[in-house]
Design a protein around this ligand. Structure first.
Ligand code: ZN
Ligand code: ZN
Ligand code: FE
Length: 753
């Protein structure tokens, strides 16, 4: 007898574009249910005829068996008016606004597909095997709704076998848009010397041979090209650095599996889970030093990722090495290359072999990067596997465009209560990167049917993102243009991530952000809510000279701090430091400070770290962004709990801190100890200031943001010291704490004004 009760089930979370409706359909069939399933903007709606017990059981199984890439936030069950259904069906979502959330990020190849590559006749070793649970998504999408014709798979016509799978609701490839096999799908080509290879077994043989020979291969990945070589071969890694225009940043590596990763790094169980997650990010792990030295170039952490496309697995089956350097295929500072033509042109004379495939990458994505701090995963670069999944907020953000920052740019567009953060774009000062920014804005506009009503930008007038925002506003005069303060946006990003809408203690530490008084801020203590902020205190201003050279040459910050606190005499008796700087440059720089020539005031945490790193002789001229703070963190010895003195008046003075460091230097104290004491000092500064603000205002919630909090040791210690003292602490997880997360804050401030 059919049940006379109808239940409405509402599932919220990331449940669109991940094969959720067919999954529900098949499950409903198994349960013998009648009713329907439908996609809505904010989730999935299901109606079924069932008794309560069966409905609850159904929900339990939904939770248990949900597709890998889905993430259920909540399932609500409610009784509703009885409706009669004769079967179970998938309701087609018609509204284009519903399609908005259907853009899934790319998903690492699933175990079942890897199995199919061994057993399905038409997919033996087929390197583009995918199904509803895995495969390319965002990188191949040109427009919505998400159908094969609107992806770069359009030019490949499905063979009969694939078509059968595609149209069979009980098949794992039902409506898997990129479905393909050896007979009908894309294929790889390897160019080596004057030969080219198209057979996948030949290609992996050649890869294995060349890698063993210490050669460098450019290979097309999911979101762009990679450059790769054996991570054990120092000569090959050094060659790779030359190829990329002498880049000095650490390279990421790909390990065969997580067991292999443990050979090269300390891997906690949380870190292992992240490594193996379907997003397959690069996870920064504590290196145990068995790789070629040039891979990490002296840093304590190594970025490790695991294979995520079939080709990676096929390669490792043949390779003699179990770890490859796999770095973005670009020349330093340029965006990662995505087209075959560009790759062939750029790498022709540089790489030993080039591997392409004949499906286009429509949307560039970099490998995402994250780190586990206090057992929670924090994204530092949000791209492949994460973009363009929306960040769900409690605010109406419809029609708001946030332009982002300058150096690590991501922009954001608002659709209802969802914020769509762009994938990591990069440094806009690079011409190609700025082009990428503009293209991506057009893409998001089209993909998400976005029409700007309000435009939010950083108040720094020279940021190219701010200029872009102004141009956009000029083009569409009906839009509003709002400029927001950099550090307020940082803190609000973190608040939005945690759904906070109240007054908080907002602490932003970073490199550069324009302050209200025209100075460069970056060591800021705010009392703020989403729309307003008051500066409670900040790091004492010091004078620096030389424009952009200041962040590139950490010794300038060191000299500035010492001169500011101790005067010129200090340099006569500090040979361990002055011996590392060119005497003439030191003299000239001091002259500039004295005459206030080309100087400006900063309260930046980034420059403070620069100064200490330089004082300890670690980095005088940075080879890449934030090298000095990274090297300072790298020598930490976490057994040490001491810290230096500091003073809080109306500002925070580090005079006593530097006096302590100089004293330690004169007593030949180990740099590791000085570095750790310095980090600990900042944690105490945060604690003391938080206590002062709490005493004055009663606020107990502390929100941490800004690039400096990418420092694992600092973030961990700050969080722990605050929680030990009864504070509720909020820090970034889903979006980066660096400028790559700032667009979210800009957008939320924009929605509140
Ligand atoms: Zn699969
Ligand atoms: Zn086929
Ligand atoms: Fe910043």
């Amino acid at each position: 007898m059919p049940e006379k009760t109808t239940y409405l089930i509402k599932i919220t979370g990331l449940v669109q574009g991940v094969g959720f409706r067919p999954f529900i359909y098949v499950l409903a069939e198994e349960f013998n249910l009648t009713g329907w399933v439908e996609n809505r903007n904010d989730g999935v709606l299901i109606k079924i005829n069932a008794d309560e017990k069966k409905a609850l059981h159904f929900i339990e199984e939904i939770k248990k068996q949900a597709p890998l890439a889905s993430s259920i936030k909540e399932i609500k069950l409610q009784k509703t008016d009885y409706e009669k259904f004769t079967d179970f069906s998938i309701k087609k979502s018609e509204s284009s606004s519903n399609a908005v959330t259907e853009v899934s990020p790319d998903i690492a190849v699933c175990d079942a597909c890897l199995e199919d590559m061994k057993s399905q006749e038409h997919r033996i070793n087929y390197p583009f095997t995918n199904c509803t649970n895995c495969g390319p998504r965002f990188t191949i999408i040109k427009d919505l709704p998400y159908d094969r014709e609107k992806t770069t798979m359009a030019e490949f016509e499905m063979c009969d076998t694939c078509k059968k799978e595609y149209t069979d609701i009980y098949d794992r490839r039902f409506h898997a848009q990129p479905v393909a096999c050896n007979n009908c799908g894309p294929h790889y080509t390897l160019y080596y010397k004057c030969n080219f290879y198209k057979n996948i077994n030949d290609i992996t043989d050649v890869i294995s041979y060349l890698t063993e020979e210490g050669k460098i291969i450019a290979i097309k990945g999911l979101g762009g090209f990679h450059l790769m070589c054996d991570a054990h071969n120092e000569d090959a890694v050094t060659d790779l650095r030359k190829l990329k225009n002498r880049e000095s940043k650490a390279f990421a590596v790909m390990c065969k599996n997580s067991e292999t990763a443990k050979k090269y790094a300390e891997v906690s169980s949380t870190e292992e889970t992240e490594l193996n997650s379907w997003q397959r990010p690069i996870v920064l792990l504590k290196s145990t030093k068995k790789l070629a030295p040039s891979v990490t170039n002296g840093l304590a952490n190594v970025g490790i990722m695991l294979p995520y496309i079939p080709m990676h697995y096929l390669m490792f089956e043949k390779l003699k090495t179990d770890v490859l350097v796999l770095t973005s295929g670009n020349l330093t500072d340029e965006p990662i290359i995505t087209s075959n033509e560009d790759a062939l042109k750029t790498f022709e004379d540089k790489a030993d072999a080039i591997i392409t495939y004949n499906r286009k990458i429509h949307n560039r994505t970099d490998d995402s990067v994250g780190i586990v701090v206090n057992d929670r995963f924090r994204l530092l670069r949000r791209s492949r596997g994460f973009a363009p999944s929306p960040i769900i907020t409690n605010f109406n953000t419809e029609g708001i465009f946030a332009a982002g920052s300058e150096f690590v740019n991501c922009f954001a567009v608002g659709k209802g209560n969802q914020v769509l953060m762009s994938q990591h774009i990069g440094d806009l000062k690079n011409l190609e990167t700025f082009e990428f920014y503009k293209e991506s804005y057009e893409l998001y506009k089209r993909l998400f049917r976005f029409k700007p009503k309000r435009i939010v930008a950083d108040m720094h007038p020279d940021y190219l993102s701010s200029k872009f925002a102004e141009d956009l506003h000029r083009k569409f005069p009906e839009t509003e243009l709002i400029k927001v303060q950099h550090h307020h946006a940082h803190i609000v990003s973190c608040m939005a991530e945690h759904g906070l809408n109240e007054k908080v203690i907002g602490i932003a530490f970073d490199g550069v952000g324009l302050g209200d008084d025209g100075n460069i801020w970056g060591g800021e203590f705010f009392i703020n809510n989403l729309s307003e902020y008051k500066q409670f205190s900040h790091f004492e201003y010091i004078n620096v000279a030389g424009g952009d050279a200041v962040s590139k040459e950490p010794w300038r910050s060191a000299v500035s701090y010492l001169y500011h606190y101790f005067g010129e005499m200090i340099f006569e008796d500090l040979p361990s430091f002055t011996g590392k700087i060119d005497a003439n440059r030191l003299k000239n720089y001091l002259q500039m400070l004295k005459n206030n020539f080309n100087t400006y005031k900063i309260s930046s945490a980034g420059r403070l770290f620069d100064a200490v790193s330089s004082l300890l002789g670690l980095v005088q001229t940075a080879g890449y962004h934030a090298e000095a703070p990274m090297r300072l963190e790298s020598i930490i010895n976490d057994d040490i709990t001491d810290f230096y003195d500091f003073e809080v008046t109306d500002v925070i003075s580090f005079k006593k801190t530097f006096a302590g460091i100089i004293n330690d230097l004169r007593n030949s104290v180990d740099a590791a100890i000085i570095s750790t004491k310095f980090h600990n000092t900042l944690a105490e500064v945060v604690l003391q200031l938080s206590k002062m603000i709490k005493q004055k205002t009663g606020i107990n919630k502390v929100v941490l943001s800004g690039g400096t909090f990418q420092n694992k040791y600092l973030l961990s210690r700050v969080e722990n010291r605050l929680s030990e003292n009864g504070f509720s602490v909020f820090s970034h997880e889903k979006i980066p704490s660096n400028d790559g997360g700032i667009a979210l804050g800009q957008l939320i401030i924009g929605s509140e004004l």
